[in-house]
Design a protein. Structure first.
Length: 395
């Protein structure tokens, strides 16, 4: 999801889970958001303001009466600027302040002045979490429209085991995105996405493959989930990090494996996006033992399964999006692929262009459909993912 133009206020209070908030701030920045961090004094005992300043590329405010503050009334200016406010971790003390209207430091004053959505990510001892006082404060805040990222169970910093762990950064980020983009146009839809490259063995230690990293497929999976879809992600050989638990993930190795996984699951999908780069050829025979390097090597290849064409023949009313990595005749080759694969959309890119090849964070694509060709400028893969999903549902 592209968060460019959005401002996220991240409040950090005094708990050991503050170290996790570093990951949250970094991830939001990578999505393009402006992140402004405010900390309580106790929070600085766990993570230094300099850490958050480095990750956010913004000044971190702790003191209400900061001699270096801007001319604006800073807590009011920040409250007006924020599109969403998230407190992570949120201690029992800070939740009590918010519930009872106590504004005695910079962060509590700022949050009280916020008119944007507020999300709390509590983190505390199990007994504190279950106490009558905390539950009463939580109930008051929920009635006022404050959102909560539910705590998890496990071993806590105090040594106890139980509920009270702060939600994981990726879960908090997902809820932040939900608050920033409440229109969920993929709710009720299932999107099947393939990502990464496949590999075909030559012998027990060697294989052929390609340079696909899986970044485009991962961006599509994240964007579709952020917009409310259930995602089935068929992963080949990927080098990009795929968050645990967000998708129904199926790992495969060869093109045949990917073909089997797609054909076994395509009927469950409303949209199928073939963002993977499966090998087009495989060795006819795979050596049982390692081929010695002092001997001549000659490998005979055969064509692998054409996954996109197979889906195109049976897709029915489902939307099929395929990719075309080209080096010449981009639009002509993409148009031919559109017809041959019975696809609805071909996303074509010239991999010889700087910023459009494998493993990059950006892409330069041309979207080809029956309506014609739409050339797009260089953009992040997350931005392109949203455009592809728009086109797949007729936007």
């Amino acid at each position: 999801m592209d968060l460019t133009g959005k401002c996220v206020l991240v409040g950090v209070t005094g708990g050991i889970a503050a170290y996790k908030t570093c990951t949250l701030v970094s991830s939001l920045r990578k999505q393009g958001a402006e992140v402004c961090v405010a900390m309580t004094k106790n929070a600085t005992e766990f993570v230094s303001p300099l850490t958050f300043e480095t990750l956010s590329a913004n000044k971190v405010t702790v003191e209400t009466f900061d001699p270096k503050r801007e001319w604006e009334v800073e807590h009011i200016a920040l409250a007006k600027k924020a599109d969403v406010c998230v407190i992570a971790p949120c201690t029992a003390d800070f939740a009590a302040k918010l519930a009872n209207g106590i504004a005695d430091d910079f962060l509590s004053t700022t949050v009280m002045a916020c008119t944007c959505p507020v999300l709390l990510a509590p983190a505390m001892n199990t007994n504190m979490l279950n106490s009558a006082a905390y539950r009463a404060n939580e109930s008051v805040l929920r009635e006022r429209g404050v959102r909560f990222a539910e705590t998890g169970s496990g071993r806590l910093a105090c040594g106890d085991t139980g509920n009270g762990r702060m939600a994981e950064p990726e879960d908090i980020e997902g809820q932040v995105i939900d608050l920033l983009f409440p229109n969920k146009d993929y709710v009720g839809k299932t999107v099947l996405i393939t990502a990464g490259g496949t590999i075909e063995p030559i012998d027990p230690v060697r294989f052929i493959g390609n340079r696909s990293s899986g970044k485009m497929g991962a961006a599509l999976a994240k964007a579709a989930t952020d917009r409310g879809a259930k995602v089935i992600l068929v992963c080949g050989n990927v080098t990009v990090n795929i968050p645990e638990g967000r998708y129904e993930r199926i790992d495969v190795t060869t093109t045949r494996d990917m073909y089997d996984a797609v054909m076994a699951n395509y009927e469950r999908a409303d949209v199928i996006v073939k963002a993977a780069a499966p090998c087009d050829f495989r060795p006819v025979a795979v050596a049982e033992n390692k081929i010695k390097s002092d001997k001549p090597l000659s490998v005979k290849f055969e064509k692998t399964e054409d996954i996109a064409e197979a889906v195109g023949l049976v897709k029915g009313d489902r939307k099929l999006v395929v990719f075309a990595a080209e080096t010449t005749n981009l639009e002509r080759n993409a148009a031919e692929k559109l017809a041959k694969k019975h696809a609805d959309i071909v996303v074509a890119n010239d991999v010889t262009q700087e910023g459009a090849g494998f493993g990059t964070d950006t892409n330069i694509a041309t979207i080809v459909s029956e309506s014609g060709a739409e050339s797009l400028p260089k953009m992040s893969k997350s931005q392109l993912a949203d455009i592809i999903l728009d086109r797949a549902i007729g936007k």
